[in-house]
Design a protein around this ligand. Structure first.
Ligand SMILES: [Zn+2]
Length: 309
């Protein structure tokens, strides 16, 4: 439907539902809202949105507020989303050298931008390429920490990752406990836990801090990241770790239960019974159905597999 056709129908209503194509932002349908619309009508309308044969977005408008600009904005935003997904997918398939060059260059064509997109590249380097970050490459990346080509969040994470790759457990601990800057948000804390797992910390003060997360009402995703980091460290983390996980992480979604049980299995066995997974980069693989990284289906994100498997 053209914008003119859509506006023509909108004009005849007071309130309306407009269905947009999620991919193009084009208007697919306009329906006037019944003046005595009930909740059941609303759900019925939302339930009928599967007949378009494509992903859609639906919005309810006061008809007098619907202008040509608003409808065009949906098309522009959809176009930008498409470009973003395309570029993010390219980045997740890019080589280490290509990613490093984008960071060094520091120029992003709209809709991509330095703020937060440079953080995505830094995360890609760590999650998918960390073993390829040679001393020469690390030196190049180190220089970016004091330049303005990275956003603050990217600088913070890159510092954590480079510290881990340098094996500097003491500095990671200083950041973790707040003696040095670099832990500003939960995202940083997750990066620190993964970095501490990478250096295989057995520092009981840090592990004690991580275990406290299981006693909070933190969203489950946070506890999952903590559990995976402890699973990566393995039995050397100490026997209290398995006890804490068993007593606080209850049966829920099958995928989460599978991770918990795998982590417990690793924590309660001998280190010698485990091998590097071999199918992933420390538990992460490229997301084939989207972009970025996701947990390895073989080791469930832990990066280790049992020799008995
Ligand atoms: Zn794996």
């Amino acid at each position: 439907m053209t914008i003119d056709e859509a506006l023509g129908i909108v004009k005849q209503t007071e309130l309306c539902w407009i269905v947009f194509s999620a991919e193009t932002g084009n208007v697919l349908s306009v329906d006037g809202v019944l003046s005595d619309e009930t909740m059941a009508n609303k759900f019925e309308h939302l339930g009928n949105l599967s007949g378009f044969g494509q992903p859609v977005m639906t919005r309810r408008f006061k008809s007098s507020s619907v202008t040509r600009e608003i409808l065009e904005k949906h098309q522009t935003e959809a176009e930008q989303r498409k470009i973003r997904v395309h570029v993010l997918t390219e980045w997740s398939m890019a080589t280490t050298e290509q990613l490093a060059r984008i960071l060094e260059h520091g120029q992003y064509d709209a809709p991509m931008q330095r703020d937060f997109d440079s953080k995505i590249i830094v995360d890609n380097l760590w999650e998918l390429h960390r073993d390829e970050l040679t001393p020469v490459l690390r030196e190049r990346l180190e220089k970016l920490l004091t330049s303005d080509v990275l956003c603050f969040a990217a600088q913070t994470k890159l510092c954590i990752y480079l510290t881990a790759l340098n094996g500097d457990e003491q500095k990671l601990k200083a950041i973790w406990i707040g003696a040095e800057p670099g832990r500003n948000c939960w995202d940083d804390a997750v990066a620190l836990m993964d970095a501490l797992a990478y250096v295989r910390t057995t520092d009981q003060e840090i592990i004690g801090d991580m275990l406290k997360i299981f006693d909070t009402d933190f969203p489950f995703g946070g506890k999952l990241s903590t559990m995976i980091a402890l699973g990566k460290i393995g039995p050397a983390a100490g026997s209290r770790v398995a006890d804490k996980i068993r007593s606080t992480v209850y049966d829920s979604h099958p995928a989460l239960v599978a991770v918990r049980d795998r982590v417990l299995e690793r924590l309660e066995s001998e280190e010698g019974e485990w091998l590097v997974c071999g199918d992933c980069c420390y538990g992460q693989v490229r997301n084939q159905t989207g972009f970025g990284a996701k947990p390895c289906p073989k080791c469930l994100g832990i990066g280790w597999r049992s020799i008995n498997e």
